[in-house]
Design a protein around this ligand. Sequence first.
Ligand SMILES: Cc1ncc(COP(=O)(O)O)c(C=O)c1O
Length: 476
Amino acid sequence: MSRAPYVSFAVRPESPGRRLGSRDVVEALSQELSLGRLPVGSRLPPVRVLEAQLGLSKNTVQTAYDELVARGLLETREREGVFVAARSAGHEVTPAFEAPLPKLKPPPDLGPTRIPRDSIMLSTVFVDPELLPRDRIEECARSVLREGLAPFYDAQGHPGLRDAIARRLRSRGMDVDADEVIVTCGSQQALDIVARASEVRRVAVESPTYSHARLLFENAGLNVTSLPFDPFRGIPLDEWEQEIRRARPGLLYNITSFQNPTGYSYSTHELTSLLSLAERYGFSLLEDDWGSDMLSGSEYRPMLRLLGGKNVLYVNSFTKKLWPSLRVGFVVAAPHLVPALIAQKRLSALGNPWLTEATVAEFLERGYYDAHLGSLQRELDARYAACLETLSQLMPEGVRWTTPGGGPTLWLELPRSVDLEKLRERCALRKVLIESTRNHFAGAPNLHGFRVSFAFSPVATLRRGLEILAEEITRA
Ligand SMILES: Cc1ncc(COP(=O)(O)O)c(C=O)c1O
């Protein structure tokens, strides 16, 4: 049986130097009780505890308690202990003082925390767990445990994992050393430590962008500049330049491949133009590369970090492609920035779970990751093709969609006459969930639609979801 914690009180001898006796205990307790310092119903220290604490015999303590019980100030409850007696029936234990409730910022609207199991998730960014290598991850975790659990963590991240990540990036042409990699709890923590460490006060983001990055920057007190773009037309470099010249951001955050939420991928020309703008206007680049390797035939797309070198802060993650609950991501930073970023990670979490990091290291070390990405992409390609075909069969006129050619999602753009909120509600009633996009936009929404995921549901389920969506769009 679990017991309530007991109250504590001080007992002092009648005169200094004298040995304590049961009278001293009675006196001390009566005084505390008469002053109302011990809440009604609270538990007294067990006899053996007072015996040890005060250096008294068991009998002396028991005698004191017995006397106070006899006076009606304490009561014994069988097998539970001795308690401050209730002076009136039904009296609740109330704290002596009521401290004010801690003042917290109102929570931003981050959407649901759990994935509902009985609905079709039409806008999720997650990949179908059925396509992910759970058995092999478990095999690696078991192997790591057989080696024995390390007692301490490395604040920068498991050295073997950092080494495997650096080698993998080098094989894709990036000049990266293991000491420049900081392992994080998903790439969300990577964005967080960059925001915390950043001295700049203004960050520019694509609009629409990954909502939780924008909200994180705002939460960290950064001002956010919106750089609107249309995924059907590309990056409006001249307009962006004008806005950058006006707002003077110190940092630009962008998602260069299969952008969340539009599926847009930057052309090499757009990437090099951004690098040149960065040099001209003195802002740094924070590249979120969640998707450059979500492409057919083990190909990968160019990255800012590849073209721009070490000054570009580079963030990536294993969440979507390996196993979401592992929560492993990383940031790659120029050597002289690494200590400041590690310090922020330590302030927020000290370090991350070693077992998970060691498991991912083992997974990479065994060559499982690249093999897995190959087979995953073959299935995603098939789902993507089926999704495009279904969209062209079912969607009414006026509906357009992006054709990313990789990644997990595309953007479905609807005529302005469709009320997105009502559409969302009507689809939800039919157990088809589409996302609310208001948080994607840093300024006024310049698009009118939402993400469609082709990576999460098997083709038949996706088709069912799209049928319902098309019916509801037509109705709207
Ligand atoms: C573009 C992008 N970056 C970063 C993240 C953060 O994910 P994680 O912390 O799981 O790596 C997400 C999550 O969906 C995302 O879409």
